[in-house]
Design a protein. Structure first.
Length: 126
């Protein structure tokens, strides 16, 4: 249903793909959810990071603006699966995403991706 909101080459898809390739295990470690405790389930760290990167790439620096645009902007709707993202929960979720951890994760994974691209290019040229 929401797959048709954006084209196959849309940057939001590329960001989702990139974030999906990252080792995010550390982000999932602190998430605990149980039926007995109730409350709203935690947002998936992949979603939070993808929203953050996409919003930043579009010049959106406000969680309220992300939530507001999520009501009508196709790429944000696609990323969230047409679910509403409450800006307060979004902010709390982002606060849990530690910058050092994210930076280390992105740096490592981007280095690996560059190495693979170079290896792929070298193999194609051989």
């Amino acid at each position: 249903m929401w797959e048709q909101l954006i084209g196959e080459e849309h940057p939001a898809r590329a960001i989702w793909e990139l974030v999906g390739r990252l080792d995010l295990d550390g982000f999932y470690e602190g998430i605990e959810c149980s039926a007995e405790e109730g409350g709203r389930p935690a947002y998936d760290p992949r979603l939070l990071i993808s929203l953050w990167i996409y919003a930043y790439s579009q010049g959106i620096g406000s969680a309220r603006e992300v939530a507001r645009r999520g009501e009508w902007e196709p790429a944000l709707q696609w990323l969230t699966g047409c679910e509403t993202v409450n800006y307060q929960f979004y902010l709390r979720g982002l606060a849990k995403v530690q910058m050092e951890m994210l930076w280390a994760c992105l740096t490592y994974n981007l280095q690996q991706w560059i190495r693979l691209r170079k290896l792929s290019s070298a193999l194609a040229a051989a």
